[in-house]
Design a protein around this ligand. Sequence first.
Ligand code: JFZ
Length: 583
Amino acid sequence: MNCNHYIPLIGLFIACSAGPLYAAPPAANDEGVTVTPVQAVLNTQAETAAQRDARMKWWREAKFGMFIHWGIYSVLAGSYQDKTSYGEWVMQQARIPVDEYRRFGQKFNPVKYDPAEWVRIAQGAGMRYMVITSKHHDGFALFPSTVSNWNVAEATPYKKDLLGPLVGAAHDAGLKIGFYYSQSQDWNNRGGAKKGYADGEGWDPAHRGSYDNYINDIAVPQVRELLTRYPIDILWWDTPMFMTPERVEPFLALKKLRPGLISNNRLGGGPSDMATPEQYVPITGRKGDWETCMTMNGHWGYNAYDTNWKSTTDLIHTLAETCSRGGNLLLNVGPTAEGKIPTESVERLHEIGRWIQINGDSIYGTTAGPFTYLAWGCATRKGDTLYLHVFNWPANGRLVVPLNNKVKSAYLLAAPKQKLKVTSTHGKLVVELPVTPPDAFDSVVAMQIQDEPIVEPLPSASATVKASSTLNGTDASYVNDGTEDKLWRAPAEIKVAFLDIELKQATAIGGFGIAEPDVWPRMNQVYTLEYLDATGWHKVAEGRTIGHGVKRPIPVITAKKFRLTMECNAGSPGVAEFQLYGI
Ligand code: JFZ
């Protein structure tokens, strides 16, 4: 979907960070401590850090899951009237009236649905959990529901529950499984939120109704149905709109029905177990637990016309990079209305699975690697072992690792018995590799080191950053504070602005990274990176972003002063983090 068609509802939408997303009126608890109403609920469930670690253990080790977007939109297969660019948002994007949309329910008959086969596909890819849409924004429940007849049992010829069999099949195979549930947006049940519309409004008179009634009569009871009927492991909220502490509270209370349940940061308040960067891997990772969710082509819901499939190479690199920055990857499939996962997805998942059979040690149970940037790939870590993911095999067979440690052993996961020779020069390691890579996608070297990894800080970490102009409340110095939480933005009316980055001394630079503000609609910016030498400013990189930032190499240049110019046509330019990488 192209999010730029949406009217931003500032403040109503998600911020992709863990932690409370609203300010609640304060109240005093028994100990006389001032708490918000939601915190008061939490205090009754107070969980210690050790209990939380125990609850999160399987998820942190799993690293890789399957997202499934499935519903009535799958019937339209991406097309409506003269356009073929739709996915799961088709009903809102094309402003389809409720009656007309509901008639597509009669064409949703997934007779080829075989939950055990979906589980085999996920498990074959090395995925350790699944998350399926139990109800997306179109309000359609993939489970029988007593509170709305807009559900699979009553509104389709299939007439049977879709979720129970998948939960059973996943658990039988040893996979965890969770439900996505759109708690705020609902375009079919009266009063549900719609992006760009006020409470109670919509594009069809059949939408009229109060949001509070929708929350109390539909969303809360349906979440109760889900949590009492199915032994699920994850609850994945989405697009919080109109959420207040009072509206969040009943959902938080229901979570107690499933001790051990893990939930994301899109409820709109209360505690969260993970941040949810969407369609990109943040260059700095995120504080705490996080999960990037991503499509394999350009749509979440099935679109028969979208042939823009990511390559298996890209997908494996994304998985490795996500793990190298400490996150999980939730990779999406959009099954057809017949119940089949598209062949293009199955093929890619199969290839990922073949790679993971050999290289799984470098994924499961890993934590972030010690490097921010490696010109040839990325690195994950498990205890004293670093897993070096070599995307670009060195032509001379010498892999330079910017690490100043003693090495105990090194070998390729594809050939564990052959020890690799490692030497040390100028505070860096050189691993001697065979001439040809053992894997076309990503060959992994396991390297056991002594002591904690010793890595040079980023050249840009100690730089002085100044901006051509700055929006109140933001600051140029936030772009090299090490996190994407705080950002720099130009004042509202500005379209082109620049950051001057002055390093402590002239340094050889071989790459750079830009993180952008995590806002909807996504920022689209044109960036230009220049450096200064005796003859003036010289351009070293330029390109466009789609709000997901960029991380890439440049021809090596040595300089002290850099200038990053950002141009943004919708809203003022902004940068959440900027990094310059040494060589
Ligand atoms: C949300 C959903 O809307 C989308 O359909 C999909 O389920 C994805 C995983 O999560 O993504 C968003 C969230 C916010 C906006 C657009 C898509 N937005 O504000 O425009």
